[in-house]
Design a protein around this ligand. Structure first.
Ligand code: CUA
Length: 656
């Protein structure tokens, strides 16, 4: 047995590509030669718009990128967990607080699973949520501005991976820990992991009107690894499902030691029951320390608050709320079909895909059809919840999505393919190779009651020879398939920014109509905003110099500034006075150890410059805004520390 496990572990960890072992039945050549009209199907003529938005996470880039489907064109990289010099995110004073955590300012994370907000089980296009794995955080992106407006840190969690999936009315966005850790965190021997570490499953409430996030409660589960999750929907609304692995609770050489058990579990959580329990005063208010960062669109400024308490729930104290469903074997993906009846577990080391039945699960609970317990949590009998399994479908099943027509699509990492199969009959109907080693896949709306169908995007882990080489590091890549027919059809390869870990897609017309064009100047409540050039000024306060600056085609006010000294902290508070769509301006300062600012119409941003050298130093507009963009410039005169040169500046060509 151990030999087999080692073999699987070897296959899983190797970068060798097993395209040649893809099961037969593939149309087209090994290189994915296309049928005649594929180009037509992805061609979006100049000036025309795509049919879908695809929000594809950047994995280790920490960001979320916006593409159009079917063209695969990249529209925007939304900075979320990583600093971004292009947009000044994490560089300007307004957004620095967004990256604050209990570990201080963290300029990077690993972003994995975007999920779009829902109403009544359908995508409403208001927000995208996404998890940061490394320093556990959940972010919210507002789809009127396509900007990150809230980030909440997750205490008692580590490798925040079974996140960030939303319930069908966006009651909660859920964050589950990948790594179990000591709870509370403390200095203890790692060898005492078993029985002492805990896995926190965190339910973050989302306030309906503005989407404000708050940690409602954390369920302290046994010390397994919680890998992925999905909410129930329809009949199973009120439940949440999490895959587990390492139910062995090994702490070393997991590739072998966490692959011993024939079955791990899918944890089924009745969150409505836990919610009720907490509402009635259940749970423990435990000390914690985590950051809650909120960007205010009126002040164009973020604030960070450290929160000190979280409600912790022991699952054994809420009988009937938590069960384990045995699932072969180190399952990764945990996916729920549009009806909410089937819960699909994909065992990485299993040769089959397991489907549990929600109605059978309820029956098994009622009949107490248990097969023991783990840390006081009942284990349901495997046969009692099993709806069926897809046999011999491929090697290394990972993730499943649905088209809303009764079909499921599962990725196979090792055999590098997407397999289409039928819910209920469990028969395989089609398979297509991916290039190469596919991880997640995405069907727009695939995690809702009403998938849009039409396309599936495969997100690949390996690119190899698919594009022109660019040295040892090649582009990351996704592939688009047409799924409108009985057989899937490969339409397009497109490069992605960062690792395309997972994605969420939505019909463009739901989102596009709400997209903001400008920020209204009269609504700008930034502390240092000005509403016209007459209000521009320069104010010294000790060694701080505050410049209240405006920008409009094609000049800054003020432009020349004198009286700054070496050792000063110079704050450029810059307001873009434009009120037309798509007229940003930028500003950059020589020697500033930050980024330029790219400021949208009606917005104010701030950067700090600490001049180190005496001289006269220019600044300029970084965005080609008009025919006279090159004339959009100014100077700052920097005198020695203690100089008697007074603060003066020019407005409209007059020195003040
Ligand atoms: Cu303003 Cu270029």
């Amino acid at each position: 047995m151990k030999t087999i496990i080692r073999f699987f572990a070897l296959i899983l960890s190797t970068s060798v590509i097993f395209t040649s072992c893809a099961p037969t039945g593939n149309e087209g050549s090994k290189n994915g030669a296309l049928t005649g009209n594929a180009a037509e199907k992805v061609y979006v003529a100049p000036g025309e718009h795509d049919e879908f938005y695809a929000f594809i996470s950047g994995g280790f880039s920490g960001q979320l990128a916006v593409y159009g489907l079917p063209s695969g064109r990249l529209f925007k990289v939304i900075p979320v967990f990583s600093v971004d010099a292009e947009k000044a995110y994490g560089f300007n004073e307004e957004t620095k607080p967004m990256l604050n955590t209990s570990h201080g300012f963290i300029p990077w994370d690993d972003s994995h699973h975007p999920d779009i907000s829902q109403t009544a089980g359908e995508l409403d296009g208001r927000f995208v949520f996404i998890n940061g794995n490394n320093t556990p955080r959940i972010a919210k992106i507002d789809l009127t501005t396509f900007e990150t407006t809230e980030i909440i840190e997750i205490p008692n969690s580590a490798g925040n991976h079974s996140s960030s999936f939303v319930t069908e009315n966006t009651e909660y966005v859920v964050a589950g820990t990948r790594f179990s850790v000591p709870y509370p965190q403390r200095d203890m021997p790692i060898s005492e992991y078993k029985g002492n570490f805990k896995g926190a499953l965190t339910f973050i409430s989302v306030e309906p009107e503005h989407g404000h996030m708050d940690i409602a409660f954390q369920i302290m589960m046994p010390g397994f690894n919680y890998d992925l999750s999905h909410p129930g929907r329809g009949s199973s609304h009120g439940w949440f499902f999490f895959t587990t692995y390492n139910t062995e609770e090994a702490n070393s050489l997991l590739e072998v030691n966490a692959s011993q058990n024939d079955k791990d579990f899918i944890a089924a959580i009745n969150w409505k029951m836990v919610e009720e329990y907490v509402k009635n005063g259940g749970g423990t208010k435990a000390p914690a320390n985590y950051a809650h960062n909120v960007y205010n669109e009126d002040t164009h400024t973020a604030t960070s608050t450290m929160k000190k308490e979280v409600v912790v729930v022991d699952p054994t104290e809420v009988p009937g709320a938590v069960y384990f469903m045995p699932t072969p074997k180190s399952p990764h993906g945990c996916d729920v079909d549009p009806s909410g009846e089937y819960i699909i577990g994909s065992g990485k080391l299993a040769a089959e895909i397991t489907a549990h039945s929600f109605s059978k699960m309820i029956k098994a609970i009622e009949e107490k059809n248990f097969d023991g317990e783990a840390y006081g949590i009942p284990i349901l009998s495997y046969e009692a919840t099993l709806a069926g399994s897809v046999k011999q479908a491929g090697l290394g099943p990972l993730h499943t999505e649905f088209d809303g027509q009764g079909n499921a699509y599962t990725t196979f990492f090792i055999s590098s393919e997407v397999v289409k199969w039928k819910l209920g009959t469990w028969e395989v109907v089609d398979r297509k190779p991916t290039y190469y080693s596919v991880g997640h896949l995405m069907i727009p709306g695939g995690n809702s009651r009403k998938p849009f169908g039409k396309y599936v995007v495969a997100m690949n882990k390996i690119t190899k020879d698919r594009y022109l080489p660019t040295g040892p590091e090649v582009t990351q890549s996704a592939q688009l398939y047409d799924i409108t027919g009985e057989k899937m059809e490969l339409l397009l390869d497109f490069p992605t920014v960062g690792e395309p870990h997972y994605a969420a897609g939505i019909a463009a017309d739901i989102v596009a109509k709400n997209s903001r064009k400008i920020f209204k100047l009269e609504e700008n409540k930034h502390e240092y905003a000005i509403s016209n050039e007459g209000e521009a000024k320069v104010v010294r306060n000790g060694n701080e110099v505050h410049i209240y600056m405006s920008m409009i085609r094609s000049h800054f006010a003020p432009d020349n500034i004198e009286g700054v000294q070496v050792g000063d902290k110079v704050y450029f508070h810059v307001t873009n006075l434009e009120q037309d769509y798509d007229v940003p301006h930028g500003i950059s300062m020589i020697g500033a150890n930050t980024s330029e600012l790219l400021i949208m119409p009606g917005q104010t941003e701030t950067f700090v410059w600490e001049p180190k050298q005496v001289g006269v130093w220019p600044f300029y507009c970084t965005d080609f805004c008009s025919a006279l963009h090159q004339e959009m410039q100014g100077y700052v005169r920097v005198s020695p520390k203690g100089s008697s040169v007074p603060i003066t500046y020019t407005l409209d060509g007059d020195e003040l």
